[in-house]
Design a protein around this ligand. Structure first.
Ligand SMILES: NC(=O)c1ccc[n+]([C@@H]2O[C@H](COP(=O)([O-])OP(=O)(O)OC[C@H]3O[C@@H](n4cnc5c(N)ncnc54)[C@H](O)[C@@H]3O)[C@@H](O)[C@H]2O)c1
Length: 275
């Protein structure tokens, strides 16, 4: 009898970008809990080291790593070094690193547009570009791209962020098509609000920061840990879309059915809540 391969989240040799905080940190912990070895990569070296150390303290193997996902050379180096650091070929990549940027179209500085596009979109492009061929050659494993409900939600004053996440979703769908039947699963994670550091660390007008912080506590229907668990389970089932919250699911369906009405209601509701 031929032995069935393990689901990709089990005993993985994994790379997680943006693992120093929030959803990325939860992915790293959960992969360790599932028997894996994890490279905890982050642009913030101290955070990467802290997460890796606390995973090691639980008796699992985690390797801290500093890398800016927006830098193609650094991502190429990570993909070259990963097998050596892990002690075996990479089986799972989680392109998670991301930053927040808010403000009305026309007021967001173009340099800030470039910064956010570089991390959120180019970071995931780099992760797919350098790791997908290795996984395809291996014929086993998974790629999780962290998009957002912003990919389809059209939330006002989040244009840059929305554009980057729509790009991540399109990239993930295409990657899933290209890798279909190869043994490599692809999942795009699309959460709404998850309490993390993204608002504190992001760039948004001060008058909106308080609103965004309040939304994080008031509207968060989940936690980063739960999202990580659900997404790894979705990857194991071969699901392309992971929408972990009911508000995201409702927005996804409503917009597909009535896009013009949806956009008007979103805009008017935002003005009511934020002004
Ligand atoms: N928190 C939410 O409500 C929410 C909702 C939908 C999607 N997301 C997405 O989840 C992902 C994780 O965000 P989070 O909410 O956990 O935020 P977070 O701020 O808590 O964590 C993001 C991590 O990414 C790292 N990072 C930032 N720029 C980087 C770069 N250039 N290279 C490498 N690492 C970098 C940060 O140092 C930080 O450790 C992001 O892609 C974000 O867009 C978050």
């Amino acid at each position: 009898m031929t032995k069935q391969p393990l689901p990709p989240s089990r005993n993985a040799a994994a790379v997680v970008t943006g693992a120093g905080s929030g959803i990325g940190r939860s992915f790293a912990y959960e992969l360790a809990r599932r028997g894996g070895v994890v490279i905890c990569s982050d642009i913030n070296e101290a955070r990467a080291e802290q997460v890796a150390a606390s995973i090691q303290a639980l008796g699992s193997k985690a390797i801290p790593h500093r890398c800016d996902v927006g830098d193609a050379k650094e991502m190429a180096a990570l993909s070259d070094e990963a097998e050596k650091l892990l002690g075996r070929p990479v089986t799972l990549v989680i392109n998670n690193a991301g930053v927040g940027l808010g403000g009305p179209i026309g007021e967001v500085l173009l340099d800030d547009w470039r910064w956010c596009m570089n991390v959120n979109l180019w970071g995931v492009i780099h992760g797919c570009h350098f790791f997908a061929p290795k996984l395809r050659d291996l014929g086993y494993g998974g790629i999780i791209n962290v998009a957002s409900a912003a990919a389809f939600g059209a939330a006002p004053e989040m244009s840059t962020y929305n554009v980057t996440k729509a790009g991540v979703l399109a990239l993930s769908e295409t990657l899933a098509a290209e890798l279909a039947g190869t043994g490599v699963n692809v999942t795009a994670l699309c959460p709404t609000v998850v309490p993390t550091n993204i608002v504190n660390d992001g760039k948004l007008p001060e008058k909106r920061r308080e609103f965004a912080r309040a939304a994080m506590t008031r509207f968060a229907l989940t936690t980063a840990d739960k999202v990580a668990r659900q997404t790894l389970d979705a990857l194991d089932r071969g699901e392309l879309y992971m929408l972990p919250q009911i508000d995201g699911l409702m927005a996804w369906r409503f917009k597909r059915l009535m896009p013009r009405l949806y956009t008007r209601i979103v805009g008017e509701t935002y003005r009511l809540l934020a002004d």
